[in-house]
Design a protein around this ligand. Structure first.
Ligand code: HAM
Length: 436
C-alpha cells in the first residue's frame, strides 16, 4: 500500500519555529515593556466572533467583509438555530465589543492593547498571509488630539526599541461625518463625470464606498485619482484644528511625517486623524502599522458614544523589516548542558538540574536518541557545544562517588574545570548564569 501524502499547513498560514520563534518572543517582550511604559493594559478576546460584529464594525462594502473573512454557520442548537461566526480579521471591533459588554468604561477612559493572530483570505505573497499577527493599541474615552499623538509616539518608541529605522509616517484627516458627506458627494460627482475611466472594482464602489476608489492600486486610474476632490479641503474649523494640534505635538517630539491626502484606510470606522507607518524595504506590502481615530464605532456596535483612537501593526512585516535592517536574532541557548556518561547517573543528575532550574539557571539535559545507552562522551560534548551553552555539567561516576559534579567552561577558550558539591547547589548556581 502506498503511503498517503503528508498533510501540510493551510495555504497562507505559517508555522513559527525555532530559531525564528525566539525572535517573536523577544519582540513580544519589547512590546510588553513599551505598553507598560505608556500604561496600556492587555486585553485578550476570542478568535471567533459573531459575523455581524465585523459587518457592522468594519463596514459591509469593504474588501475584508466582502471577500476576506473566514465565516461559517455553526451547527444548529436544540432550537434549530445556527449562529453565523467569523474568525476575527482584525482586533478593533472585537475589543470594542468586549469593552461594551464588560462596561470597561464605567469609570473613565481606558488604554488597552492586544497581540494575536488575525485571519483574512487574501492572496498570499511576501508580507501578506491568511493567518497573520497584529499588535494593536486602542485608547477609548479620550477625544483630544493628544491621544492621537500619544498612540503615534507609542509606535515611534517601539520602532526605536526594536532598532527599526527605515520607516516614514503618513498622516491624513478624514474629517467628521458631515464633512465626509460633502466630500463624498463631490467625489461621486467627479467620478460619475469620468465614469468611462473607472475600472470594474471602482464602478462597483462608486455608489457603495467611493472613498475606497482613492485606494485603488490600478496604475491606469492614478491620474484620475490625482485629480479627485481631496477630503482635506472639506475639513471644517474644528477638524482642521484637531489635525493641526496632532501635528504640533508630533513636531514637538521630533517626529517627522508627510501629509498624504490620498490616505484612506481599508476599514470604514475612521474619522479625523488616520495614519500609516510605511517602509520601502519590504516591497509591495510596505505598511507596517496603520490606524486612526474612530469616534463613532463604539456607538455603532451598541455602546454609548465614546471617542477612540488606535492602531495595529503587522508582526510578520515588522520582524521581516528588522531582519532586512540587520537586526540580530536573539540567542536562545541554555546556560548549561548536562553531560551524563551513564544512564545510572540520571536520577541524581536530574535532581541536580531540577534544583538549578529552581535557582533560575537554564539547563539542557543530554538525552539519548534511543537504544544504545547515553552515547559517547565525544558525542555528548558535541551536542553540548551545539546547544550554545557556556558550561557543561559532567555527571561522571568519579564525580558522583564524591558527591560532586564537574563544571567545564565551553566558550571562554580556557576549558577550565571545577568540581562543585551536589548537596550545595545554591552556593554555585549563580556561577552558571549569564549576566547578559
Ligand atoms: P489594517 O490596516 O487592516 O488595520 O491592519 C493593520 C496592519 O496589519 C497592516 O498595516 C499590516 O501591517 C498588517 N496586516 C494586515 N493584513 C495583513 C496580512 N494579510 N498579512 C500580514 N499582515 C497584515 C486594522 O486592522 C485596524 N484594526 C487598525 C486599527 C486599530 N485602527 C484603529 N485601531
Amino acid at each position: 500500500m502506498s503511503k498517503p501524502p503528508p498533510i501540510q499547513a493551510v495555504k497562507g498560514m505559517n508555522d513559527i519555529l525555532p530559531p525564528a520563534s525566539a525572535g517573536w518572543e523577544w519582540f513580544e517582550a519589547r512590546v510588553r515593556e513599551q505598553m507598560a511604559r505608556f500604561a496600556y493594559r492587555n486585553v485578550r478576546t476570542p478568535i471567533l466572533e459573531h459575523t455581524a460584529l465585523f459587518v457592522r464594525g468594519i463596514g459591509e462594502v469593504t474588501d475584508i467583509v466582502e471577500k476576506e473573512m473566514y465565516s461559517f454557520e455553526d451547527r444548529a442548537d436544540k432550537h434549530g438555530q445556527a449562529e453565523h461566526l467569523s474568525m476575527r480579521p482584525e482586533g478593533t471591533a472585537a475589543l470594542v465589543r468586549a469593552v461594551i459588554e464588560h462596561k470597561l468604561l464605567y469609570d473613565g477612559g481606558k488604554r488597552l492593547f492586544y497581540m494575536g493572530p488575525m485571519f483574512r483570505r487574501e492572496k498570499p505573497q511576501r508580507g501578506r498571509y491568511r493567518q497573520f499577527h497584529q499588535v494593536g493599541v486602542e485608547a477609548l474615552g479620550f477625544a483630544g488630539p493628544e491621544l492621537d499623538a500619544e498612540v503615534i509616539l507609542l509606535a515611534v518608541a517601539l520602532w526605536r526599541e526594536l532598532g527599526i529605522k527605515n520607516w516614514r509616517l503618513e498622516l491624513n484627516s478624514l474629517g467628521q461625518p458631515e464633512e465626509r458627506r460633502e466630500h463624498r458627494a463631490a467625489l461621486v460627482a467627479y467620478f460619475e463625470a469620468h465614469q468611462d475611466q473607472l475600472d470594474e472594482d471602482s464602478q462597483r464602489r462608486l455608489h457603495g464606498n467611493p472613498l475606497r476608489i482613492l485606494d485603488s492600486k490600478n496604475p491606469a486610474m492614478q491620474a484620475l485619482i490625482e485629480g479627485a476632490p481631496r477630503m482635506i479641503d472639506y475639513l471644517g474649523e474644528a477638524s482642521r484644528q484637531h489635525f493641526e494640534a496632532v501635528q504640533a505635538m508630533l513636531a514637538a517630539n521630533g517626529v517627522e511625517w508627510r501629509i498624504n491626502p490620498r490616505l484612506v484606510r481599508g476599514l470604514d470606522y475612521y474619522n479625523l486623524t488616520v495614519f500609516e507607518f510605511i517602509t520601502d524595504s519590504l516591497g509591495a506590502q510596505g505598511t507596517i502599522c496603520g490606524g486612526g481615530r474612530y469616534d463613532y464605532l463604539v456607538e455603532q456596535i451598541g455602546g454609548k458614544p465614546t471617542p477612540a483612537v488606535g492602531w495595529a501593526l503587522g508582526v510578520e512585516r515588522v520582524l521581516e523589516l528588522r531582519r532586512e535592517e540587520g537586526g540580530q536574532a536573539p540567542e536562545a541557548a541554555p546556560e548549561a548542558y548536562a553531560v551524563i556518561p551513564d544512564a545510572a547517573a540520571l536520577p541524581v543528575a536530574m535532581r541536580c538540574l531540577q534544583t538549578l532550574r529552581g535557582h533560575g539557571v537554564a539547563v539542557q539535559m543530554h538525552a539519548s536518541a534511543g537504544g544504545e545507552g547515553m552515547g559517547s562522551m565525544k558525542s555528548q560534548f558535541k551536542r553540548a557545544d551545539g546547544s550554545g551553552a557556556r558550561f557543561a555539567l559532567i555527571f561522571g561516576a568519579d564525580e558522583l562517588a564524591a558527591g560532586e559534579v564537574t563544571l567545564k567552561a565551553l566558550r571562554d577558550g580556557t576549558g577550565a574545570q571545577t568540581r562543585q558539591p551536589l548537596a550545595e547547589v545554591a552556593a554555585w548556581a549563580s556561577t552558571l548564569k549569564s549576566t547578559a
